[in-house]
Design a protein around this ligand. Structure first.
Ligand code: PEP
Ligand code: MN
Length: 343
């Protein structure tokens, strides 16, 4: 259930409700924002009836959470979640771009890309230090050295760092260096890693598995949220279908579908969805038009020399064009519907 507190509820009144839940053995989370105060207690209805809580001082209303995704469900929050990554707010009114090369390859490569990414007005740099590769013989990332270079890039360009954690064993290192931790598509159902991400003190970007349904993706989100980390962003990155003209198929319709079911921000990664540079921009723009809160895009200063995912990396000039066009489409979506443009 979701327990909505009165805006005027005192700390003592909040404590009383929490004490009642605790005495009944119910786990709960307090959500506090400038506009609202609420408690999410995913399985409370089994042990406590709403009419036991509703009359308590400071309680405005008790709303049952009927969705199976107790914490990710739109019912479990009073509004949409906005995730703050080093001052960049994902899920708010602004479209957020996250960009960089697939992997950190060298200081020169990372800094060259970081420079034009920052000059394009993008505030979050993404590159993998630990790379999950299909082949064990492919470039696996620079590991700790890659994290160190990302920290240097943050200091040099003032960019927030998004990078992937691939294993529980190296999670602490990634958590120390990153401003946001990516859980990759292949790890979407690595439950130990999801739980560890749920205990992280940093926001998490959860990619959709290549064959995961929306249902499975949202249950994966529950693993993270269930450990107490509320700063979670979903990212659609293409799924495996019969189409063989592209690496995967961008599931554009999952963006509004996920946003209807959850309070979490949803981003789109067109790069891994298509795997081909020529298809990245149109699919990125389709993601924005479908209501994505942000884009995650791979770009490289010399794609032909990239150690991973070169064929899908946007050239610097194309990347700059994408940034302008994506913001252009997003601005159109913000126009009031009263203009009659869309309705
Ligand atoms: C990546 O982001 O570089 C990556 C490997 O993505 P995914 O997990 O979506 O395949
Ligand atoms: Mn990649």
């Amino acid at each position: 259930m979701l327990i909505l507190m009165e805006p005027s509820a005192t700390p003592d009144q909040l404590r009383e409700v929490l004490a009642l839940l605790e005495a009944a053995g119910i786990r709960s989370q307090v959500n506090e924002s400038p506009e609202s105060l609420s408690i999410v207690a995913p399985h409370a209805s089994q042990a406590l009836k709403p009419d036991r809580i509703e009359p308590m001082a400071g309680v405005r209303r008790v709303v049952p959470i009927t969705s199976p995704y107790k914490l990710a469900s739109a019912d479990a929050a009073t509004g949409r979640t906005v995730v703050d990554v080093r001052g960049v707010r994902i899920g708010g009114p602004d479209l957020v771009l996250v960009a960089g090369p697939c992997g950190v390859e060298s200081r020169e490569q990372l800094f060259t890309v970081a420079r034009y990414v920052a000059e394009a007005g993008v505030k979050l740099l993404r590159a993998g230090a630990f790379k999950p590769r299909t082949s064990p013989y492919a470039f696996q990332g620079l590991g700790l050295e890659g994290l160190r270079l990302l920290e240097e890039a943050r200091a040099e360009f003032g960019l927030g760092i998004v990078t992937e954690a691939t294993e529980v064993e190296t999670f602490d290192d990634v958590e120390r260096s990153a401003d946001m931790i990516q859980i990759g598509a292949r790890n979407m159902q690595n439950f130990a890693l999801l739980r560890r991400a749920g205990r992280a003190g940093k926001p998490v970007l959860l990619k959709r598995g290549p064959s995961a349904t929306l249902d499975e993706w949202l249950y994966a989100a529950e693993y993270v949220l269930g450990e107490g980390n509320r700063d979670l962003v979903l990212c659609e990155r293409g799924i495996r279908t019969w189409s063989d003209h592209a690496r995967n198929t961008l599931d554009v319709s999952v963006v509004p579908a996920a946003k209807a079911l959850t309070h979490l921000p949803v981003m789109v990664d067109p790069s891994h969805a298509v795997g081909r540079r020529d298809l990245v921009i149109p699919c990125a723009l389709a993601g924005v038009a479908a209501g994505a809160d942000g884009l995650l895009v791979e770009t490289h200063c010399q794609p032909e020399k990239a150690l991973s995912d070169g064929p899908q990396a946007l050239l610097p000039s194309d990347f700059i064009r994408l940034v302008e066009q994506a913001h252009g489409i997003h601005r159109v979506l913000q126009l009031p519907t009263a203009t009659g443009l869309w309705m």
